[in-house]
Design a binder for this molecule. Structure first.
Ligand code: ADP
Ligand code: MG
Ligand code: ZN
Length: 636
């Protein structure tokens, strides 16, 4: 349609609709107070008016003989008789609508009543008029909808909600296999069974086994839950449908539920297949546990998921996997038998797992001969699969930027630092601040290397990264499962070393905010020692509720289980412990002041010192305890 026509048509719509409306009402009008033209219409003439209230009273008192309703129930002519005088009146009453109970009442009182259709001026036009208005309305709506379907917020969009454009993802073939997932052997073992369910359901149904409908993958972000789900679909050779819970939380009520419905419908058409619901905690949180009202959309979506899961048999070839990192907050209805009754843990990998994951991601990269992935695995405790993939990619980017042909240890090292601590920034040029930061970092490192129980120093640097102005890296022993009291105390002293050095060298007035992060670590360790590990004068008692995030109202009550008196003595013990250790730290560093000055001098000159460089410098001044470990821990 060209533009001019469109404008004319737009003008025509209100005009025609308006005309139609006038036409329609004219045809429907009750013919009150008009001349009688035929005997049949004599009952349509009123001689006066009556209020609706009086009409109801008359009805109650049996004074109503007949009622004729016009105008689609809006007016009536009521014939009343005064029983004493036999005087009959025809009065016009405005009705609030034809209430069903009014009709019941009329029937009960045996009043003769009749409902009159609107009187058309001419039969043909009347029929046309009645048809034309709805037709016009529908036509113009369609026109409007089409016209504005391209515009944001127009009715075209509004109409799509109910249709719910299927906004889940479907991959006919994921192309991922179990070989692409590493370091989560137990989870893989658990999930292999699901592949068999999808591939050969007959084997299970033949012996009467009920195939489970769903499993829940539980683990921190980046550990490979999505990847595992895709691998199952890939191994079984079935389509992969996915949907993310977090997408529903901000949406209009009803959209989530209809998407879930669409998803399961599509899945049934394509069975056998796998449905993956990511971040299910976003919709699957305990209902009614929140303070300040629930989220309708979330509940409706959750209910729809539950309904759908109850609606098919496991043997129908659909398996539903869901992923979350907060299984503790999930609605218990989700975990009931016949729903996600199996849970599979997908944890952050240990050193062997990290090596395996690195090997997977190194497959398509060019590595230097002497680059040992094992040493990279050692350097990266706490890294998830996603972190490791990211790490190798960063290293590859650095390699390309440096115009090298293979990735060497230098690039991987730099990439580790970048992934852990953020991007490098320009080193400070202000001599005084740089000196203060150098003392702060050397304070950490020196305390760390002088204490037998402390992890060895891996690197000290004055190059700022992320939030930190300087950094000291230590290497914790990852294989060690139990940590001793001496080790915890040494960690606290190491963390206090930065502030202690500032104070010794620059005096109480010049100490800086740089130690804020250190103190958070100190408090956390000290408090755990007192409340969880029974390492204070309070004795061998656990005083804390489990160390997890408060989940709204449910946990607040558990929280307050510690009495005020206990809380006060915990605080006292924490203060005492930290003050004592701080004094020890200051004394230790003061004793090695000469060594500290020398190392600071070298550090300012070179900006970074490796663990070996650092220890050989210190060894000129002190006998160092022997430590041999490799993996890093970060202290700002
Ligand atoms: P999650 O769903 O648990 O948050 P993903 O499966 O989305 O984690 O992982 C993101 C990416 O990280 C994957 O695409 C993959 O490249 C890498 N990755 C994560 N875990 C592993 C693993 N166990 N083995 C190999 N690669 C992994
Ligand atoms: Mg994921
Ligand atoms: Zn510090």
């Amino acid at each position: 349609m060209n533009k001019r026509w469109r404008i004319i048509a737009l003008w025509l719509i209100p005009v025609v609709v308006g005309l139609g409306l006038i036409w329609q009402t004219a045809g429907n009008r009750a013919p009150v107070d008009t001349a009688v033209s035929s005997p049949a219409e004599s009952r349509n003439v009123a001689t006066g008016r009556m209020t609706y209230g009086r009409f109801l009273d008359s009805l109650q008192e049996d004074r109503v003989n007949a009622v004729d309703v016009f105008d689609g129930g809006r007016t009536a002519i009521v014939e009343t008789a005064d029983p004493d005088f036999g005087h009959v009146q025809r009065l016009r009453v405005e009705l609030p609508g034809l209430a069903p109970n009014l009709l019941d009442q009329l029937k009960e009182k045996h009043v003769s009543f009749d409902v009159h259709p609107p009187r058309p001026s001419s039969p043909v036009w009347g029929v046309l008029g009645n048809l034309l208005l709805p037709l016009l309305l529908i036509g113009s709506l369609i026109f409007l909808a089409r016209r504005s379907s391209g515009l944001p917020g127009g009715p075209g969009q509004a109409m799509q909600f109910s249709k719910s454009k299927a906004r889940f993802m479907m991959e006919a073939e994921t192309g991922v296999t179990f070989d692409d997932v590493a370091g989560v052997e137990e989870a893989k073992q658990d999930l292999k069974e699901i592949v068999t369910f999808l591939k050969t359901p007959e084997r299970f149904t033949a012996v009467g086994a009920r195939i489970p409908k769903g499993a829940l993958l539980v683990g921190p972000p980046g550990t490979g839950k999505t990847l595992l789900a895709k691998a199952i679909a890939g191994e079984a050779g079935v389509p992969f449908f996915s949907l993310s819970g977090s997408e529903f939380v901000e949406m209009f009520v009803g959209v989530g539920a209809s998407r879930v419905r669409d998803l399961f419908k599509k899945a049934k058409d394509n069975s056998p297949c796998l449905i993956f619901i990511d971040e299910i905690d976003a919709v699957g949180r305990q209902r009614g546990a929140g303070m300040g009202g629930g989220n309708d959309e979330r509940e409706q979506t959750l209910n729809q998921i539950l309904t759908e899961m109850d609606g098919f048999e496991g043997n129908s070839g659909i398996i539903v996997l869901a992923a979350t990192n907060r299984p503790d907050v999930l609605d218990s209805a989700l975990l009931r038998p016949g729903r996600f009754d199996r849970q599979v843990m997908v944890d952050a990998p240990d050193i062997k797992g990290r090596l395996a994951i690195l090997q997977v991601h190194a497959r398509d990269k060019k590595l230097a001969e002497d680059l040992s992935l094992e040493s990279v695995a050692r350097r990266t405790p706490g890294f998830t699969g996603a972190d490791l993939a990211n790490l190798l990619n960063e290293a590859a980017i650095l390699t390309a930027r440096r115009r090298k042909s293979v990735i060497s240890l230098t690039e991987v090292d730099d990439a580790v630092d970048r992934v852990i601590a953020g991007m490098e920034r320009q080193p400070l040029t202000d001599g005084r601040s740089k000196r203060l930061i150098a003392y702060h970092e050397v304070g950490h490192a020196l305390v760390g290397s002088l204490l037998q129980a402390h992890d060895p120093v891996q690197k000290v640097t004055l190059i700022p990264r992320g939030q930190a102005q300087g950094l000291t890296w230590f290497s914790p022993d990852e294989e060690q499962e139990l940590v001793s009291r001496a080790q915890l105390k040494a960690r606290i002293m190491g963390a206090l070393g930065g502030r202690a050095a500032e104070q010794i060298v620059f005096g109480q007035a010049e100490i800086t905010t740089g130690a804020g992060g250190d103190f958070q670590q100190v408090s956390a360790i000290a408090r755990q020692m007192v409340t969880q590990f029974g390492m204070s004068e309070i004795g061998p008692i656990s005083l804390s509720s489990q160390d997890r995030e408060v989940f709204l109202g449910r946990d607040l009550m558990i929280r307050s289980e510690m009495s005020n008196a206990s809380a006060r003595s915990v605080d006292e013990q924490v203060f005492k412990l930290v003050h004592q250790l701080y004094d020890d730290t200051v004394a230790l560093l003061a004793e090695h002041r000469e060594c500290m000055d020398r190392v600071v001098e070298v550090l300012i000159e070179r900006e970074s010192l490796s663990g070996e460089e650092f220890t050989s410098l210190v060894a000129e001044y002190a006998v160092l305890p022997k430590k041999e470990r490799f993996t890093p821990l970060l202290v700002g």
